[in-house]
Design a binder for this molecule. Structure first.
Ligand code: GLN
Length: 504
């Protein structure tokens, strides 16, 4: 059996049925990592010894009948902004290069309770700020479809690891697209749940009102299976509230939505999202190959009985400025804690406290993080607070209203994930504004707290994957999973990449 070609749920089944073991699966993944890491650099930390030990322990518990769930024994990679007890958690930043958390994130614990086995921590944009995984202090990750291109970001290491067969599934975090966009660029499935579905306890905060943890994986089935487990996390422990924004939702049987049928489903496509530059759309404009692939996907769903319509989604053009105002404001506040006193990096040879703060933060953060702290501090400063931050909050409320109106008419919204396929390494860093504009189709989903999934829907001429985005109303993950499952059933699943030969 070619283990690496299996999805997480298929592997789980094979382990339960005794056709393979958690240890064999882990050995296969570690071998793949050994061979491919030199080229792709998906991981910041691979815990080889710990991973094998955990796999052995889990295998014993599976044999003893203690672990019977769908992910028992399945190797998982975790983005490096999720705390893992006893294992380095760096956020790909110099600031946290030596930080070993004393506890694990609730999402990680949920997976471990379900018997998934942690392999290591994946590379990301520093503190999840970026769209290419190039702002990582550890150097960039390469796209397994073509190592000259970026994997997207900020969860680029997670997406690339799934595509390269260096794990069976991974966790990412999505503040403005960081699960969906790298999933799209790497040809895998990624889902950002409704805000409040997955506990953020132990996730290093970027924009707290926007951040959600979610899965990156090979199939829509995996997505539903993983989400069920993630949504089972608890918001409190021994009477102490760990995440006050967690919903503890009742209906989390997401796998019940894996039905190949969209008869009568109403799907809307925002007109402005299809416009290219020439048609007066976004400044970036939608690449024609991406547009074609997305419209073809819509056509597949129409043939399966969905009713597809284009509509005007108000305020779409304000999503990016509103997002960057709010995300940077929250980031500037969240990142205040990295001051050299409590944890992480501390500058040496300093004479007094303020100098220590200054030197620590100057040397500990990279340029993109600093840019955002400055932007955020600016929009929160007295004199500019009303003009920028408050205004952004008002526009955010209006964007949510526009979505509410859309969801009164449609079950799902369909569109692209990103305006283009993965850019070349080094192409994006020189022009941050252009990079920000690339988030045009993903950020409004976070502003409105909605769930959205990205699934592969084709390749461009250069052989780079294109993603399709399906957005649902709050708590309607099942609808988007059903549409995604139907599309995937008709179009074939994720491109198998694990055996591709790339040389450095
Ligand atoms: N690219 C967006 C940003 O840089 C989204 C990042 C994210 O979702 N973490 O803010």
């Amino acid at each position: 059996m070619e283990l690496l070609s299996l999805s997480a749920s298929e592997l789980g089944r094979a382990i339960r049925e005794g056709r393979t073991t958690a240890v064999e699966a882990m050995e296969a993944v570690l071998e793949q990592i050994e061979e491919k890491e030199k080229i792709y650099h998906c991981y910041v930390t691979v815990d080889t010894e710990g991973a094998l030990r955990r796999a052995e322990e889990v295998q014993k518990r599976i044999v003893a009948g203690e672990l019977t769930g769908p992910l028992a024994g399945v190797p998982v990679a975790v983005k490096d902004n999720l705390c893992t007890q006893g294992l380095l958690t760096t956020c790909s930043s110099r600031m946290l290069r030596n930080f070993i958390p004393p506890y694990s994130a609730e999402a990680v614990k949920s997976l471990e309770r379900a018997g998934a086995v942690l392999i290591g921590k994946t590379n990301m944009d520093e503190f999840a700020m970026g769209s290419t995984t190039e702002t990582s202090v550890c150097g960039p990750t390469c796209n397994p479809h073509n190592p000259e291109h970026v994997p997207g970001g900020s969860s680029g290491g997670s997406a690339a690891a799934v595509a390269a067969g260096e794990c069976f599934f991974a966790l990412g975090s999505d503040t403005g697209g960081s699960i969906r966009q790298p999933a799209s660029h790497c040809g895998v499935v990624g889902l950002k749940p409704t805000y409040g579905t997955v506990s953020r306890f132990g996730l290093v905060a970027y924009g707290s009102s926007l951040d959600q943890i979610g899965p990156l994986c090979r199939t829509v089935e995996d997505c539903a299976v993983i989400l069920e487990i993630l949504a089972s996390g608890k918001g409190e422990e021994k009477g102490i509230i760990r995440d006050s924004t967690l919903m503890e939702r009742e209906e989390v049987d997401f796998t019940a939505a894996l039905i190949e049928d969209v008869t009568g489903m109403r799907i809307g496509i925002p007109k402005a999202w299809l416009a290219d530059r020439a048609a007066g759309g976004t400044e970036e404009g939608l690449d024609s190959e991406v547009r074609e692939a997305v419209l073809n996907a819509a056509e597949v769903l129409r043939k399966k009985g969905a009713v597809i319509e284009e509509f005007d989604l108000d305020l779409a053009e304000y999503a990016v400025p509103t997002y960057y105002t709010i995300a940077c404001a929250e980031a500037s506040s969240n990142l205040e804690r990295f001051d050299g006193v409590k944890y992480g990096y501390r500058a040496e040879s300093v004479e007094e406290l303020h100098q220590m703060y200054k030197k620590t933060r100057s040397a500990g953060f990279g340029p993109e993080v600093k840019r955002r702290i400055m932007l955020g501090s600016f929009v929160l400063s007295s004199g500019y607070y009303d003009a920028f931050y408050l205004k952004a909050l008002r526009v955010k409320a209006m964007i949510k209203k526009a979505f509410d109106e859309a969801f009164a008419k449609y079950d799902c919204i369909l569109g692209p994930v990103a305006p283009t396929t993965a850019p070349k390494l080094g192409e994006s860093l020189s022009d941050p504004l252009k990079m920000y504009l690339g988030d045009i189709y993903t950020v409004s989903v976070n502003l409105a707290g909605l769930p959205a999934v990205s699934i592969p829907c084709g390749m461009d001429k250069r052989g780079l994957p294109i993603g399709l985005q399906l957005i649902g109303d709050c708590f309607q993950e099942k609808k988007i999973l059903r549409a995604a499952y139907t599309y995937e059933s008709c179009s074939g699943r994720t491109v198998k990449l694990y055996n591709r030969r790339h040389r450095r």
